[in-house]
Design a protein around this ligand. Structure first.
Ligand SMILES: [Zn+2]
Length: 177
């Protein structure tokens, strides 16, 4: 999965006319955007809040949180200093792989018989990634309870196996090998 696919994948998670979708479309070029002249024209007062930037940073059950940088800078359009935002192109699960204990990884592989959820094909461990089903924003709490002795029903609720694409999508999923 390349970078464009990541954008497409994230875009597919929004409802067609959602404010967040418009905000994400603006930020998807990974350039800096002025909140006042650019942001507010597409999303008025919701641009910075839960319906816009903040919501994008948080993520949901279906969509990862985005890593968005913000700064104050003079805007020649607005003729004053304003708030600017830029999506780094990263999502927040980037380095979570290390957080799953090795024994639990093995248990998840065994539980799903090394079979990816989409194509239902049995694969070698290095062809699979563990994807988590629960909201990213709860990850910090949830991860504390990640136990090597997780019950099967918890594994079923929390994780699924996906086929690993060629390099580039590590940010979306946990690397197994
Ligand atoms: Zn501006």
């Amino acid at each position: 999965m390349n970078k464009d696919n990541l954008v497409a994948e994230i875009l597919s998670k929004f409802k067609p006319n959602a404010t967040q979708r418009k905000v994400f479309q603006l930020l998807s070029d990974k350039q800096w955007h002025c909140r006042s002249c650019e942001g507010k024209t597409i999303a008025s007062e919701q641009y910075a809040g839960g319906g816009g930037i903040q919501g994008l940073q948080r993520g949901t059950k279906n969509r990862p949180g985005l890593v968005i940088s913000s700064k104050n800078e003079f805007c020649s359009e607005c003729q004053k200093t304003t708030r600017w935002d830029c999506w780094t192109g990263e999502i927040k699960t980037a380095n979570a792989a290390a957080n799953i204990p090795k024994k639990l990884i093995q248990k998840i592989l065994d539980f799903y018989s090394y079979t990816d959820v989409i194509e239902q094909r049995k694969r070698a461990a290095h062809e699979l990634v563990i994807d988590h089903r629960f909201p990213m924003e709860r990850w910090d709490n949830a991860e504390k309870s990640l136990s090597t002795y997780m019950r099967d029903d918890e594994i079923l609720r929390k994780f699924q196996l996906l086929k690993k694409y060629s390099s580039g999508n590590q940010v979306l999923q946990y690397i197994l090998c």
